[in-house]
Design a protein around this ligand. Structure first.
Ligand code: NAD
Length: 478
């Protein structure tokens, strides 16, 4: 994760209501709790209605959603549609198809100590959950967790990111029109509002963002022993083996790295390329960037913008001492623009190699062998994703067994999060817990252990007084 300048520089996060408690927040949480306690959100039909409402919202409001994303991040329409609208719609369809099955109690074997009896796992909603979202995919990172929360029968409070104000305002306006407003509330705002929210008791907190605030969230959650899911970031390495289809690899890496202007939690953060293919990799990358965004990416409709001037300055400050610019480097703070930039001759301890970059700058480091690449990745905190480009299964076997990351993709990047069956989440400093598909349903449910016993056949040998003969029988039976 990058160091949270949001905390150091509160400008971005200041809101008109800053400076003290925010009274409507406690009232909103109480209202949600009253709705949950009344059982409003539990039935299958209620859950289906909410999912249908969200699906309808995505269909009807696609235009305004894409406009808001363009306003906040200069997001190209296709990127906005694919990553924030279509992906959420696919997630809803998957959940709707399976929810009935997931809600059913699951029978498990009853051991001899509890026989006769019937053992089942019931999935129950947690209650009132808090979802805190970041600015980089400001729409889908509110809606995707919400799908899981509603499918599991919870009431939810959403706190969109104030750093994407157009999307935040749109979510606040739209959600009450499409889902049950007694069970879903949106609170807009920055640090003061989120601080006040975190002082309330929730039954689960689902936070997506940087690790510094992740720690704040976890500390606040500890006051109420509230469980948390932390979807964080990290420096996701991209390893290129010497045995590789380099042309395809380069296209996929360029697409993934510069998607959303590099502001993606699972973007390849840096490349470790085998020295034998390093030079060819660099020239193919330069050529691909030209093919994708032309000679002047600033005039391309298909290249996004840095979210704000503060992040622009943060990124530009990483360049001195971080090697040489091989491609790109042009920038314009007033337009929040940084060209797709590739760095070469990057010192291992350069500023760009410290924290998650989260922008369109790609350091490329040659390595002598796969072994060196594995060692390099393992010497750093566990990342959210790790990418390997190789045509050898042996290389895959080595990397998958000897590295640890939230997820891994071979011969592509980022696409694992579109697979509904795969859990999406980090490990260690890149996060805890996971979601997507059934994993979302499980994250927002409690698996309640239920044993049902008849009253006939009462096993008196377990009751005092504990005699020698009772003990003999028990030792024989159990
Ligand atoms: P952000 O600045 O929008 O912050 C995230 C949320 O935390 C916002 O809602 C904000 O209001 C709140 N917040 C900020 N400071 C706070 C404070 N002091 N106390 C309480 N709440 C506070 O977004 P960000 O953190 O800059 O997001 C980028 C980071 O998120 C990157 O590290 C990225 O890798 C990570 N990320 C992870 C995922 C994932 O799914 N794992 C997805 C997207 C982004």
């Amino acid at each position: 994760m990058y160091t949270n300048a949001a905390i150091k520089n509160s400008d971005d996060h200041a809101t008109p209501s800053a400076g003290g408690a925010v009274p409507h927040i406690a009232r909103s949480v109480s209202a949600l709790r009253a709705a949950f306690d009344a059982g409003r959100s539990r039935s299958l039909s209620w859950r289906m209605t909410q999912l249908d409402g969200l699906a309808r919202m995505l269909e009807v409001e696609e235009g305004p959603i894409l406009d808001a994303l363009r306003e906040d991040l200069g997001k190209p329409r296709l990127e906005g549609w694919a990553a924030e609208v279509s992906d959420a719609a696919a997630g809803i369809r998957f959940v709707k198809k399976n929810i009935k099955k997931w809600m059913k109690p699951r029978r498990v074997a009853t051991g001899i100590a509890a026989l006769p009896g019937k053992s089942q796992i019931f999935q129950e909603p947690l209650g009132v959950v808090l979802i805190i979202a970041p600015w980089n995919y400001p729409f889908s990172l509110c809606i995707n967790p919400l799908v899981g929360a509603l499918a599991a029968g919870n009431c939810a409070l959403i706190k969109p990111s104030e750093i994407a104000p157009a999307t935040s305002a749109l979510i606040a306006r739209l959600l009450p029109l499409y889902v049950d407003a007694q069970c879903v509330t949106v609170i807009e705002g920055g640090v003061p509002e989120t601080t006040e929210l975190l002082a309330q008791r929730f039954d689960h907190i689902f936070y997506t963002g940087n690790g510094t605030v992740g720690r704040v969230v976890m500390q606040a959650a500890a006051q109420h022993l509230t469980p948390v899911t932390l979807e964080l970031g990290g420096k996701s390495p991209c390893i290129i083996d010497e045995h590789v289809d380099l042309e395809v690899a380069v296209k996929r890496i360029a697409w993934a790295k510069f998607y959303n202007c590099g502001q993606t939690c699972v973007a390849p953060d840096y490349v470790l390329v085998h020295q034998n293919v390093h030079q060819r990799f660099m020239s193919l990358l330069a050529q691909t960037i030209r093919e994708f965004w032309g000679q002047d990416p600033q005039s391309s409709q298909d290249f996004g913008r840095i979210v704000n001037a503060r992040h622009h300055r943060r990124l530009m400050a990483l360049l001195p001492g971080s090697g040489e610019i091989f491609v790109g480097g042009k920038h314009d703070e007033s337009a929040c623009y940084i060209a797709p930039t590739v760095l070469t001759k990057v010192p291992e301890h350069a500023p760009i190699m410290q924290d998650e970059i989260f922008g369109p700058i790609l350091p490329v480091l040659p390595v002598a062998s796969l072994e060196h690449a594995i060692g390099f990745a393992n010497a750093r905190p566990k990342p959210l994703a790790l990418y390997l480009f190789s045509s050898r299964d042996e290389s895959f076997q080595q990397v998958v067994a000897r590295t640890s990351s939230g997820g891994m993709v071979v011969n592509h990047a980022m696409l694992h999060l579109t697979v509904a069956g795969l859990p999406f989440g980090g490990v260690g400093p890149s996060g805890m817990g996971a979601y997507h598909g059934k994993h979302s349903f499980d994250t927002f449910s409690h698996s309640k252990a239920v044993l049902k016993k008849p009253t006939m056949l009462d096993a008196t040998i377990m009751y005092p007084p504990y005699t020698a003969s009772k003990e003999r029988w028990m030792r024989r039976l159990m």
